[in-house]
Design a protein around this ligand. Structure first.
Ligand SMILES: Cc1ncc(COP(=O)(O)O)c(C=O)c1O
Length: 356
């Protein structure tokens, strides 16, 4: 690869984070969420590393599931949004892929599509997030109808937490109570907890937990970083200096000339920008590591470059290593300065991925 921009994936950290999930939810089964290319980390490699210690994977689409199957992943794979068109169903059944069912339309499509193999269905109940799912009072009827359906093998209950990242929010308790009541009444396996539920709300653990962001070493809670949850950053986003030059006092830097030099000083140019997934809204002052030392970003983020203030790196040279986030610079910190969350930055990474 000619350009030095890459995401380096620490597979030992990934394994350690899975152990953290296991420590929090020791009697639960684990559905590792590897949608969106494993939050930008490379779904196939991540799934290969996790496979022997998890019970299932969760993805967004049949294509994501088939990519894992084609790579030899054999554990169950759950489509978190279910299927979008009934034509997908034969491939789903053939690939022993499981579906979340959240609408009457999906139910009708399923019962009207003959299949050679029955599929496992995760029946989604809307316990208060009001995104996907049947309302709690519809669940028993749909469950009874699914039980009679020859296309359906096992049925399990699933729901999603809306506010688990706020440990003071009463919503989680309300959702959890409604969910557990239904799961108990139906006497079926169930799954409610995402990373925030796993780390902060033991009462949501149910039979299956669904960790996503914590596997990648990032805290699901605002104003906290992964290490505070006993997690290790899995991704390091790296590049290097491709230009170092002295500018004069009063010279402006970058598009829009938004930053002006207070003195004669060294400016470094790093080969990374918003086309690589570095956030365009990262403001001047956002930390970047040059030779392992924090320096501030200055000026606007360009498509494939950023500029940094090298006043505290007077010996910096072209080719010197730069880290945009990773173990020594939490992605949560960069995200917060850019007005977003670590999840978004990781998912947007668009450069070669290497793992060790
Ligand atoms: C239905 C569902 N379950 C679990 C997860 C994992 O969430 P987290 O990454 O916060 O652990 C997601 C992620 O968005 C999801 O949509």
């Amino acid at each position: 690869m000619s350009r030095p921009t890459r995401a380096i994936i620490d597979l030992a950290a990934l394994r350690a984070n899975l152990q953290r999930v296991q420590a929090c939810a020791s009697s639960q089964r684990i559905m590792a969420v590897v949608k969106a290319n494993a939050y930008g980390h490379g779904a196939v490699r991540v799934a290969e590393v996790l496979e022997s210690n998890v019970d299932a994977f969760a993805v967004r689409s049949l294509e994501e599931a088939l990519t894992l199957r084609d790579a030899g992943i054999s554990k169950p794979i759950v489509l978190l949004e279910g299927f979008f068109r009934p034509e997908e169903l034969p491939l789903i059944a053939q690939g022993t892929i499981e579906i979340v069912m959240h609408t009457g339309k999906q139910f009708e499509d399923l019962i009207n599509t003959p299949l050679n193999e029955a599929i496992n269905v995760w029946l989604k109940v809307d316990t208060g997030m009001h995104r996907l799912g049947f309302s709690p009072n519809e669940i028993e009827t749909i469950y009874e109808r699914l039980k009679d359906c020859s296309q359906v093998a096992e049925i399990r209950l699933i729901s999603h937490l809306a506010c688990a990242d706020n440990l003071d929010d009463a919503m989680t308790e309300i959702q959890s109570e409604a969910f557990m009541e239904l799961a108990t009444a139906l006497e079926i396996e169930s799954s409610l907890a995402n990373s925030a539920g796993i780390l902060g709300w033991p009462q949501t653990h149910a039979d299956w937990v669904r960790p996503g962001i914590m596997l990648y070493g990032v805290s699901p809670f605002p104003n906290r970083v992964g290490t505070e949850e006993g997690l290790q950053a899995v991704m390091q986003l790296e590049s290097s200096l491709i230009s170092v030059k002295r500018i004069r006092k009063g010279d402006s830097v970058g598009y829009g000339a938004t930053w002006t030099s207070p003195q004669s000083m060294l400016i470094g140019v790093v080969a990374i920008g918003y086309a690589d997934g570095y956030p365009r809204h990262a403001p001047s002052g956002t930390p970047v590591l040059v030779n392992g030392t924090r320096v501030p970003l200055v000026g606007r983020v360009s498509m494939d470059m950023i500029t940094v203030d090298l006043r505290n790196q007077p010996n910096a040279r072209i080719g010197d290593p730069v880290v945009l986030w990773g173990k020594n610079l939490p992605v949560e910190e960069v995200a917060s300065l850019a007005g977003t969350i670590g999840y978004e930055l990781l998912c947007h990474v668009n450069c070669p991925i290497e793992s060790y």
